[in-house]
Ligand binder design. Structure first.
Ligand SMILES: Cc1cc2nc3c(=O)[nH]c(=O)nc-3n(C[C@H](O)[C@H](O)[C@H](O)COP(=O)(O)OP(=O)(O)OC[C@H]3O[C@@H](n4cnc5c(N)ncnc54)[C@H](O)[C@@H]3O)c2cc1C
Length: 414
């Protein structure tokens, strides 16, 4: 596992830097949401901040921040702008996942590059069955060693800024045929890492970015389609078998997504309080009949803000405590089958809360929040993305329910 031994004193300047970067993201965020493109000016600012090297161990030139440190930085940047931060979140996810699966020698090279400011992205999901579908992307072994990748990944967040790619593909025979049986396909699926060099049109050697991203929200993530047409991965770009390897480290995905939506909750509360503490309706004739209705004195608005603040506190405790539990090895108390979904609960809980809050904020603020360009309609659209990133709530419960119902001794899992 990556050696992440940063102290809290060492972390303080990184958090201060995250606050600065968050402010910059907050300023530029609306423009890129409106223009529906990646937030290009964020690249230089994020790279220069040194925050990309936060989780890289000191022996590879990084700061050695642990998953809680990274979670705090991600949630702080997400408070400024969740869409821009979600792009850089992919970098943290892949540093955590690939870094914990690579050999010492690979880490020295790749993490060394990250420590120097390079960015990693991870297009894994395919059209047929998202993240949990076995890869249709093929890795064809080459006579001189290494593989050529062929296929398409439909969710390539951060592709427009990344220098390093990590992805999964299924190893074929020399003619490019996928294995025949399900078990053989699982065993043949591999995680790779390689250089990601494309020109200003997104075209590289055997790889290209197709700019298709046009979604309800999270516009600035630049989640483009990545085409592989003979993209070469040398022998030393093999990291591990994918499914077996990933399961031990996928908390770097779920807890980082949880941190994004925690930061979004901070922002929803902040914006709701700022708006509702000042709003006057003047003379009203409705549920409240009065010469001047100040909304901060209206019962359901007082309750609504109290409810939001409670959800923010609960999410924060759940996300940060889950990170601490992991750091302190408490995940070993669970049955191995429950480890991943139990850690993932932090994400599904935060997702439920942010979805609730973004809707509630609009109903409390009223119709003006529905107009294009207001922060509230933006947060409502962006929060919807929380339903999809792994693990989603339905799949988490399926994992847990199936295990409990089929394993007699599991009923006492505390
Ligand atoms: C803003 C944004 C950015 C993203 N960026 C990236 C990225 O950079 N890299 C990347 O790899 N992905 C990325 N994704 C993709 C995302 O993580 C999901 O993989 C993708 O949304 C498709 O998977 P899905 O499970 O939602 O849908 P599908 O796989 O199509 O699932 C359809 C339905 O089947 C259910 N289902 C799926 N698999 C199973 C299963 N095994 N068991 C039981 N039920 C199942 C689902 O819950 C759902 O109800 C991004 C998504 C968003 C929204």
């Amino acid at each position: 596992m990556l050696n992440q031994d940063m102290t809290d004193e060492e972390f303080a300047p990184y958090f201060a830097k995250a606050q600065e970067v968050s402010q910059f993201f907050r300023e530029i965020g609306p423009k890129y949401d409106q223009e529906n493109t990646f937030a290009y000016p964020s690249i230089e600012v994020f790279k220069k901040s040194g925050l990309g090297a936060l989780p890289v161990p000191k022996e590879f030139g990084g700061a050695g921040g642990n998953i809680l440190h990274v979670s705090k930085v991600v949630s702080e940047m997400s408070r400024g702008d969740s869409a821009i931060t979600l792009a850089y979140n992919m970098h943290y996810i892949m540093v955590g996942i690939a870094g914990n699966l690579m050999t010492e020698e690979q880490n020295k090279y790749w993490m060394g590059r990250v420590a120097d400011g390079e960015l990693i992205f991870g297009p894994f999901s395919e059209k047929r069955a998202g993240f949990s579908g076995l890869a249709d992307m093929r890795a064809v072994p080459q006579p001189g060693g290494g593989w050529k990748l062929y296929g398409k990944k439909t969710w390539g967040t951060l592709s427009e800024a990344a220098d390093i790619i990590t992805t999964n593909a299924t190893e074929t025979d020399a003619e490019g045929n996928l294995p025949d049986t399900f078990e053989d396909r699982v065993a043949a699926e591999k995680l790779f890492i390689g250089d990601f060099k494309v020109d200003e049109n997104g075209i590289g050697d055997g790889v290209r970015i197709e700019k298709t991203w046009d979604a309800l929200g999270m516009h600035a993530t630049g989640t483009q389609v990545i085409h592989f047409d003979g993209f070469f991965i040398p022998e030393d770009g093999f990291v591990s078998v994918w499914r077996a390897g990933a399961f031990g480290v996928l908390e770097w995905a779920s807890l980082m997504f949880a941190s994004i939506y925690l930061g979004m909750q901070y922002r929803i509360l902040e914006e709701s309080v700022a708006k509702l503490s000042k709003k006057h309706l003047g003379a009203t004739f409705g549920a409240i009949v009065a010469a001047d209705t100040e909304v901060k004195n209206v019962g359901h608005i007082i309750d609504g803000i109290g409810d939001m603040a409670t959800r923010v506190q609960l999410s924060k405790r759940v996300v940060y405590q889950t990170c601490e539990d992991l750091i302190n090895g408490r995940d070993k108390d669970w049955q191995p089958e429950l480890r991943f979904p139990y850690l993932g609960i932090a994400k599904t809980f935060t997702s439920e809360n942010v979805l609730h809050m973004s809707r509630k904020a609009m109903s409390l603020v009223g119709g003006e929040s529905f107009r294009k360009g207001t922060i509230f309609e933006r947060l409502y659209r962006d929060s919807a993305a929380s339903m999809f990133q792994p693990l989603n709530a339905d799949q988490t419960q399926t994992y847990i329910g199936e295990f409990l119902l089929n394993t007699a001794a599991a009923a006492n899992q505390g």
